[in-house]
Design a protein around this ligand. Structure first.
Ligand code: HPA
Ligand code: ZN
Length: 323
């Protein structure tokens, strides 16, 4: 298949994006524009020197830059503009539905109130539904390098807004530094979120071991696993994931940029798909990892020589895995 033909074929498949950090869609030029607008000083002379810093060796080396970049977000308009820019890109890639993660603690810890964050995200998402026909929801994600008590406090701050955003805020997630921050650390807050009726996802098995995937399922009652690529190290877990059709939100270009794999040809996405797991393709932090969802599909389609049927299956899996 010609590349252009492959691209339009994938673009034409109705797709859901289920693993996307909205703060990870902040393009370098927008970081500079918002820094200017908000009078925030950046430790980079220009857009090009910021982009040159996007050379990551592992998850933490990325997170350091990602949290620094998010510091330019101050007003409701900033959160709106960032989200709207993402939605336009997603629409152009043939995304019809998206479930967007955001990190409230990254903003509240800088003095941005949670009301500002919700208002900006929500106005863009509602506009996306009306003008682009993209349906969406929000995943309120806890930072796992912080304590469970801090997660509880953030949840408490946000709960008064629940009714106002009942159409959008459906779920909670768990992200940030995986190693050394196992699922069990957040068992109580996830139990509380389940009681409150929130759907649950968690990052697991990106850098952490397969046992974190199992614990995310058993201890956090996660309904989808973000990444999960290291599940392969535990055959019994693989069997469980297949039987229960637990969705894995895999992010190929992220795995490459963060050195989870050294070459996309070695990525286990195709193997997991052929074993009947509910694997999906997503972009994670597209502004930092070199591509949005269509680029991610293209990269694995080429590196792993995926068939049309497999590409259809990946898109179908993403639609099936929606909340
Ligand atoms: N892993 C963990 N935390 C994150 C990621 C990721 O890929 N992206 C943004 N926060
Ligand atoms: Zn992620």
């Amino acid at each position: 298949m010609e590349l252009q033909e492959l691209r339009s074929f994938i673009r034409g498949l109705p797709k859901a994006e289920l693993h996307l950090h909205i703060e990870g869609t902040l393009e370098a030029d927008m970081i500079f524009a918002l820094a200017e607008r908000n009078k925030v000083r950046l430790p980079y002379a220009d857009i090009e020197s910021l982009k040159r810093a996007y050379q990551f060796t592992n998850l933490q080396s990325f997170l350091d830059l990602y949290y620094a970049g998010a510091a330019v977000l101050q007003t409701e308009q900033d959160f709106h503009d960032m989200t709207w820019a993402y939605l336009q890109r997603a629409a152009a890639d043939g995304v019809v539905h998206t479930e967007i993660m955001f990190d409230p603690q990254t903003h509240t810890s800088r003095g941005v109130v949670i009301e500002t964050v919700f208002a900006g995200l929500a106005s863009a998402l509602r506009q996306g539904q009306q003008e682009l026909g993209i349906s969406s929801s929000l995943i309120f994600s806890f930072l796992r390098h912080l304590s469970e008590a801090e997660a509880f406090a953030t949840l408490e701050q946000a709960l008064p807004l629940r009714e106002q955003y009942a159409d959008l805020w459906l779920s909670v997630g768990l992200d940030s530094s995986e190693k050394g921050n196992p699922p069990e650390k957040f068992q109580k807050v996830f139990a509380r979120c389940k009681e409150l009726g929130f759907r649950r996802v968690a990052h697991a098995g990106e850098e952490g071991p397969a046992s974190y995937v199992r614990d995310a399922l058993d201890l956090l009652q996660a309904e989808r696993i973000d990444h999960g690529v290291r599940s392969e190290e535990d055959p019994a877990l693989m069997q469980h994931l297949r039987q229960e059709q637990v969705p894995l939100t895999v992010c190929p270009l992220s795995n490459l940029k963060l050195c989870v794999v050294t070459d996309l040809k070695q990525h286990n996405l195709k193997r997991m798909l052929e074993q009947g797991l509910c694997v999906t393709v997503n972009s994670d932090d597209p502004a930092y990892f070199g591509g949005y969802i269509l680029d991610n599909y293209m990269a694995v389609a080429q590196a792993l020589d995926l068939s049309r049927e497999q590409l259809v299956q990946l898109a179908q899996n993403s639609m099936n895995a929606r909340f």
